[in-house]
Design a protein around this ligand. Structure first.
Ligand code: SF4
Length: 315
């Protein structure tokens, strides 16, 4: 089975500041929008076809070599975070990647997952060595699940929830659950009352409440104001905390169409993906996607220097 290609240097990003994880070194282990869901709030666009098929997707050696090189620079993030531009548990090498990351340094390893595959004994086994797993649970019944997450047809709400509950029983590490609130769908006191037994059954160590601060896949996936989120968190209880970063909105506004600015920056000097994100106030995932598409279109070229990948505009 051929592996998907990403531009060299684009598999590891950051460290980036994260409200949930401090300074997080991201490891992207699936190709763009390889996902079991097609969430209406997704900040990296629509999923053209959801899948449950687990396979390596990206060459294991490439991921590990880039991670090893980056760590060899002496950086000290709070977490090495396995995630990226889709659902990382679809990568059947995730267990090896976690184990290797643990061997390479004493930095804790976190996995950002939508939680849809935690019923699978293989996925449960693969995640055992992670220090922290951050699954999502945005729905409280089948109807809200279909409306918000638009999952693959073979994943029901009950199956997803049973997976989370089951995983909690076998996993010895920390679980921080995220609930993404979408205006008009799960933003009521009634929704919080329906979430409560689900949250109790999963028994996470922390609950994080979030909402759209960046442009969502669908315009109707509206953001819920900060004050309302605080109220919903207090109604839900269990120590739920609001982690939506409303300050990011200013950056999100920048993401409408930045190809011109990215190319103008790269025609002045070669930059890494992190330089572009920091210089233009853009999300790392967005920059990785634009680099991938501009490279495929033959507009950019990548050059390695001192172990870093620099991009420049082709003449
Ligand atoms: S938000 Fe996450 S789980 Fe939902 S579609 Fe986007 S990548 Fe997949």
């Amino acid at each position: 089975m051929p592996r998907d290609k990403k531009p060299p240097g684009s598999l590891i990003y950051g460290p980036v500041p994260s409200r949930r994880l401090g300074h997080s070194l991201g490891v992207d282990i699936v190709s763009y929008k390889t996902c079991t869901y097609d969430c209406i709030y997704c900040q990296i666009g629509r999923t053209s076809r959801t899948t449950l098929f687990r396979r390596p997707y990206i060459e294991l050696e490439e991921i590990l070599a880039e991670l090893e090189d980056r760590l060899a620079e002496g950086i000290k993030p709070d977490y090495i975070t396995i995630g990226g531009s889709g659902e990382p548990c679809l990568n059947s090498d995730i267990g090896h990647i976690i184990k290797k990351a643990k061997k390479l340094s004493d930095i804790e390893v976190a996995v950002l997952t939508n939680g849809s595959l935690l019923w699978s004994p293989e996925v449960q086994k693969d995640l055992m060595d992670a220090d922290l797993v951050l699954p999502s649970m945005d729905a409280f019944d089948e109807e809200s699940f279909r409306k918000i997450n638009r999952p693959h047809k073979d994943i029901s709400f009950d199956k997803m929830l049973a997976g989370l509950v089951d995983f909690r029983k076998v996993y010895p590490g920390r679980i921080w659950l995220e609930i993404f609130i979408v205006r008009g769908i799960n933003d009521t006191e009634e929704a919080m009352a329906a979430f409560e037994p689900c949250v109790k059954a999963v028994a996470p160590d922390k609950i994080h409440i979030n909402t759209s601060v960046r442009p969502p896949a669908e315009d109707f996936a509206g953001r819920v104001p900060a004050q309302r989120l605080e109220h919903l968190a207090s109604v839900l209880g269990h120590g739920a905390e609001v982690i939506a970063d409303f300050k990011e909105k200013a950056c999100a506004e920048n993401e409408k169409n930045m190809d011109g600015e990215i190319l103008a920056m790269l025609s002045r000097r070669p930059c890494t993906a992190s330089d572009i994100a920091a210089g233009l106030c853009l999300a790392d995932e967005y920059v990785a996607r634009r680099i991938s598409e501009l490279s495929e279109a033959g507009v950019l070229e990548a050059r390695e220097s001192g172990g870093r990948i620099y991009y420049l505009k082709k003449n």
